[in-house]
Design a binder for this molecule. Sequence first.
Ligand SMILES: Nc1ncnc2c1ncn2[C@@H]1O[C@H](COP(=O)(O)OP(=O)(O)OP(=O)(O)O)[C@@H](O)[C@H]1O
Length: 272
Amino acid sequence: MSSNDLAVEVHDLTYSFPEGKRAAIKNLSLNVEWNKKILVVGNNGAGKSTLLKLLSGKHLCLGGDIKVGGRNPFAPNNDQESVMLTTYLGTEWASMAIIHRDIGVLELLESIGLSHYRARGEELVRILEVDVNWRMFKLSDGQKRRVQLCMGLLKPFRVLLLDEVTVDLDVVARDRLFKFLDQETKTRKCSVVYATHIFDGLAPWADEIICLQGGTITKQLDYQRDIHFTKELNGVQEDDQHGTGQHSVLLGYMKSLYPLALHWLSRDQSQK
Ligand SMILES: Nc1ncnc2c1ncn2[C@@H]1O[C@H](COP(=O)(O)OP(=O)(O)OP(=O)(O)O)[C@@H](O)[C@H]1O
């Protein structure tokens, strides 16, 4: 497959922070196809944020190759394109100062180009239940995050890098955000890489699940092909099929209150 056919192409990537004692990313290789949603899981310190930042071009990669949409994400992009190569929504983005100011939501969205992306902006405002008349400093944390997501997603992306930015969202907003992203990856050439510690509602959403440990990918599963659910088992059974290196996973059904919370909160919102 040539570079242009892949959303992300990482080959033998090693990255150390200037002050870091050990490499945060080690000999990592990864291909992400277009129209895919990839879930990145891993312990604290496993390298998830570092990987996403490298993919977004925030850190310069010296060891190995990174291509996003066939291009080096660190190289300056002077094209006046209507689609961003990468959109990175992570911790620093989440703490941007403007969301605490005395400014109206409409003014904020207009300042970042709402008039150019009117239909998309209106769709985001609708699905994230944002009121454009809100004033930012009066909002709850979750409401601020919903406005921020409208801002961050206003311009279409080729590759969206989401670094756990859904913690403040109620289950309905989170569910709608994931449906929007699912629709995006099904209707245009784009992909999503999402690092999270919250797995509620994500099982049927992700196309692939990657496990990162010590800066290296230790598992990569295709949701449809490799993951199966059963009532006959408690916990997890992992198999290496006939020693081929191809893993499959059998998961016991787990009781979860997530569908109940989603049902209740969706009903509450429809009664507003
Ligand atoms: N600015 C930095 N300088 C030095 N080392 C860093 C820096 N940022 C992260 N690291 C180190 O790089 C490694 C990977 O960190 P990273 O933030 O990518 O982990 P993570 O998987 O995103 O963790 P978490 O789940 O806690 O967000 C860790 O060992 C961390 O200590």
